[in-house]
Design a protein around this ligand. Sequence first.
Ligand SMILES: Nc1ncnc2c1ncn2[C@@H]1O[C@H](COP(=O)(O)OP(=O)(O)O)[C@@H](O)[C@H]1O
Ligand SMILES: [Mg+2]
Length: 240
Amino acid sequence: MSKILLSVTDLSASYGPIRALRGVSLEVREGETVAVVGANGAGKTSLMRAISSLLPLSSGRASFLGHDISKTSTHELARLGMLHVPEGRGTLQTLMVKENLQLAWEIRPSAEPFELALEKVYARFPRLKERADQWAGNLSGGEQQMLSVARAIINRPQLLLIDEPSMGLSPLITKEVFHALAELRDAGVAILLVEQNVKRALALSHRAMVLTHGEFTLQGLARDLMVDPRVMASYMGHAA
Ligand SMILES: Nc1ncnc2c1ncn2[C@@H]1O[C@H](COP(=O)(O)OP(=O)(O)O)[C@@H](O)[C@H]1O
Ligand SMILES: [Mg+2]
């Protein structure tokens, strides 16, 4: 069995009186792609924020490569190899496209020079090359999502946390973004993906769990969940 990257045990987290997560446990191993699906408000974003040390845990434990997440900053976690692409994309709006990519590269500089890594990313997303010297804040929603995935490609995390990569995108750009995620997966990057587009999420992933009101109510292999009547009834617009 491959190495455990992320380990989450009985994690709970709250916003004041609102309990967003109730005793969630999960593991992500090297090279695995795991999807968390669930309705709006289920707690998906809160889970990503708790794992990347942005939302304090009220109980439970989480660790990345053995580092206790509650004692490790988000930036340190990124340096260790866990990159979080937040909902709403998380690009630095007042920096240029190229600068956004350079900062992502500098978190984990590789032996490969930045300029070479940059050319590869531009080959994947030619649109970003055309926009290289524009402020990220001036990009369209689709271009910003490309930029956030491009930051992940150039950063080469061991584990990518990505929150709703298809949100607000046209079907065409969604397809392109998921292609790029599949390439990352095939290159051995582990991915923990949160997504409302259940079909796409399951098609990309090895395993998946359904989050309902802050708890996992169903989990298994993505290919089994894809044909599970409970998933189909709730999230794919089919009758059970
Ligand atoms: N900043 C916040 N303050 C208070 N409540 C929040 C905040 N963010 C999320 N919540 C609540 O926590 C629950 C889970 O939200 P969230 O994690 O954003 O769900 P999802 O990403 O699945 O849509 C919801 O009930 C939501 O209203
Ligand atoms: Mg969310």
